[in-house]
Write a protein that binds this ligand. Structure first.
Ligand code: NAG
Ligand code: NAG
Length: 349
C-alpha cells in the first residue's frame, strides 16, 4: 500500500515538474522569438547587404507605425517618420544609432514620404502629409529640428488644382540637388494620380495626371526618384510597374513590370554609384536591388539581390546614405526602421 501511494506521488510530482518545464520552455522561446523577430531575414541572389542589428541603439523610441525614412549623409542623421495618436511624427537618429530628438510639431497628421533636401548647404526636410484633418493633403518643408518653413498645397482641402496647388494624399516628394527642382507623386489612393515637376520657385514645368493602365498613366504613384542621367523613376503601385520619364521633357521612356508580378513596387531609390535601383515590395516583405539600365535603354528589369524579411514586417519606403550606401528601411508592420550596410565595404560608391 505504502509503496503504491509513493509511486503515485512520484508520478504526479514528475508530471508537475515536466509541465512546469514545458511552460518555462515555451515562454522562453516565445520571448526570444519576439526579440529575434526584427533580425529575422535572409538574402536571395547576390549578398549585397547585411543587417546592422546595432542600429538604432535603442528601439524604444519607435512608438508608432513607421512609414518613411530620410538620410542626411553629410550630417550623419536619419529622420524617421511615424504615425499614431500622440506620438512624435518624426524621430531623429544618428547614422551610428544614437537617438537625437523627436520633433515637437503639431503640424503633421499622417506623414507618408519624407525627403532630405540640400544636404550640402542648407538642409531641410520635406514631408508629405496624407491626413484628413486641418493640416492634411499637403507637402511641408521643415528645418532639421522640425520648425515648419513652407507648405505646398491647400491644408485640409483635398483637390486637383495646380494654381493654387492642391493635392489628395500626396505620397512622396523628391527634390533634385543642386537645381532644387521638385518632383511630386500625388497620390496614395485619393482622387489624383499625378507626377508633377515644379521649378524651385514652384512653377509647374510638366505633369502627367491621368489615371489608367496606359503609358504615362498611373494608379497610385507611390514613390519617385531622379537619377544622374535625367531619368525620373516612379513606383506605379496599383499598376504593379515602375515607369520611367525624361526629367527635362517629361517624355515617357519605358516601363518595368515583369519583376513585380507577385507584388507591387512601393519605393524607388538609387545606390550612390547609380548602379542599382532599390525597390521595396510590402506584401511579399522584400527589399530588392535591380540593375539600373545604361542611359538610353530601359529594357527589362532584372533583380540582382533581395533581402527577404520575415512575414508581416511590411517594408514601405527606403532611403540610402549617399556617402556609404547604407540602406534604411521603414517597416510599417514591425513598427521600426532598420539599417542594412553594404556587404563589401566601398560597394555602391
Ligand atoms: C513643444 O512645443 C510646445 C508648444 O509650442 C512647448 O510648450 C513645449 O515646451 C515644447 N517642448 C519641447 C521639448 O520643445
Ligand atoms: C540650398 O541652400 C543654399 C544656402 O541656404 C541656398 O542658397 C540654396 O537656394 C538652397 N538650394 C535649394 C535647392 O534649396
Amino acid at each position: 500500500m505504502r509503496r503504491k501511494s509513493y509511486l503515485c506521488f512520484l508520478t504526479i510530482t514528475m508530471a508537475v515538474i515536466f509541465l512546469l518545464m514545458f511552460v518555462m520552455y515555451s515562454t522562453m522561446t516565445a520571448h526570444s522569438a519576439a526579440s529575434e523577430r526584427r533580425k529575422d531575414f535572409h538574402i536571395l541572389g547576390r549578398p549585397l547587404y547585411k543587417l546592422d542589428a546595432s542600429w538604432p541603439k535603442s528601439s524604444e523610441y519607435f512608438t508608432g507605425d513607421v512609414f518613411g525614412v530620410a538620410v542626411n549623409h553629410l550630417a550623419g542623421l536619419v529622420y524617421v517618420a511615424q504615425r499614431g495618436d500622440d506620438v512624435p511624427k518624426v524621430l531623429v537618429f544618428t547614422t551610428d544609432g544614437d537617438f537625437m530628438q523627436a520633433w515637437n510639431t503639431t503640424t503633421l497628421e499622417m506623414p507618408h514620404g519624407i525627403f532630405l533636401a540640400n544636404a550640402s548647404s542648407d538642409p531641410t526636410v520635406w514631408v508629405t502629409d496624407v491626413g484628413n484633418g486641418p493640416y492634411g493633403h499637403t507637402i511641408k518643408q521643415y528645418s532639421p529640428s522640425g520648425k515648419l518653413l513652407q507648405v505646398l498645397g491647400s491644408p485640409g482641402k483635398a483637390g486637383s488644382g495646380l494654381s493654387p496647388l492642391q493635392f489628395d494624399q500626396p505620397s512622396e516628394i523628391f527634390v533634385h540637388d543642386p537645381t532644387g527642382e521638385i518632383y511630386i507623386v500625388d497620390g496614395d489612393g485619393g482622387m489624383n494620380n499625378r507626377l508633377i515637376k515644379l521649378s524651385r520657385d514652384l512653377q509647374m514645368l510638366w505633369m502627367h495626371g491621368e489615371k489608367g493602365q496606359g503609358l504615362a498613366q498611373f494608379d497610385i504613384p507611390h514613390s519617385v526618384a531622379v537619377d544622374n542621367s535625367q531619368r525620373v523613376w516612379v513606383a506605379d503601385r496599383r499598376n504593379k510597374r515602375i515607369q520611367v520619364f525624361n526629367s527635362v521633357t517629361g517624355d515617357w521612356l519605358g516601363s518595368w513590370g515583369s519583376c513585380f508580378m507577385e507584388d507591387a513596387p512601393y519605393s524607388v531609390r538609387l545606390t550612390p554609384d547609380q548602379k542599382y535601383l532599390v525597390v521595396v515590395q510590402l506584401n511579399t516583405n522584400q527589399v530588392s536591388l535591380l540593375d539600373a539600365p545604361p542611359v538610353g535603354i530601359i529594357g527589362q528589369c532584372r533583380v540582382v539581390s533581395s533581402i527577404q524579411l520575415a512575414e508581416d514586417i511590411k517594408p514601405h519606403l527606403v532611403d540610402l546614405d549617399q556617402r556609404n550606401g547604407a540602406l534604411y528601411v521603414a517597416e510599417i508592420g514591425a513598427q521600426q526602421a532598420q539599417k542594412f550596410t553594404p556587404f563589401t565595404l566601398g560597394n555602391f560608391l
